[in-house]
Ligand binder design. Sequence first.
Ligand code: TRP
Length: 327
Amino acid sequence: MSRIFSGIQPSGELHIGNYLGAVKNWVALQQRFESFYCIVDYHAITVEYEPALLRERTRDMAISILASGVDPERAVLFLQSAVPEHTELAWIFNTLTPLGELERQTQFKDKSSRQESIPVGLLTYPVLQAADILLYRADLVPVGEDQLQHLELSRLVARKWNARFSPEKPFFPEPKAEVTPTPRVMGLDGTAKMSKSLGNTVGLLEEPAAIWEKLKPAVTDPARVRRTDPGTPEVCNIYHLHKAFSPPETVKHVAVQCSTAGWGCIDCKKVLFESMKKELDPIRERAAEIRSNPATVDTTLRAGAEKAHAVAKETMREVKERMGFAP
Ligand code: TRP
């Protein structure tokens, strides 16, 4: 069975962009693969942060992931900081990674341009990511499109390490990206990717009334000014959300109603709202249940870390042996 690994930063409660772009796919993939899902708290400290907030957000993220349907009986869910081999392997990979490759990473260029003093950790962020994945010798990595460059670097690191220390038979597989079916969810302002820092998100656990208040004014096809103007579904963010939340027959119907001006945008949004409620209500209820029983989250994460640690230890044993470290 192929092994998959994916990571998510502990940014607090998931929004529907993270959910559709990552966690929903994790839930589907855990049926078919041996899955390792990691809350990457060491990645989260490469930008300024508050310790108390990190703790709270880590916990909220775990609750959101479990409520979304990641099943600890099938998948290993754990915190990166609970398995010290991640940073140990990252150090080793640091010695193999060309500086130029890291300076070329768009995410680094983007984040470092907004800071005066640039921490080295921001530069070596993708090296830690390579260590996350290769520690479990994962073949597949479900991610959004924005992570393709990081994945490219993970493959380069795997190739370099193999060429140097395991030339006969590659020890690390070169991990492939499995791009999620809904890779890029736009914010409700319709201009940029849904992101917490832009304040254009819909929280996964938000109350229905609050979600409706956000959907009502959401940007649709800008060319559709009057109720009688026919719209172009493909350019409308609401249509893309239908594709994520509504059943296929509804999506077809929506496209027809939009392009013939059979429905106005508000009619279309009401149908979307119903589809969203159908998917999100049970998740919100499960989250409340998990939250009311805090010990279960700790127990689940601890058990996950134990399973992850067993695999990580074995990888590091082989890595150190091949690299010439004394036993
Ligand atoms: N960089 C990823 C993101 O921001 C998070 C991440 C860290 C990750 N390690 C990973 C994703 C390993 C996949 C595999 O989304």
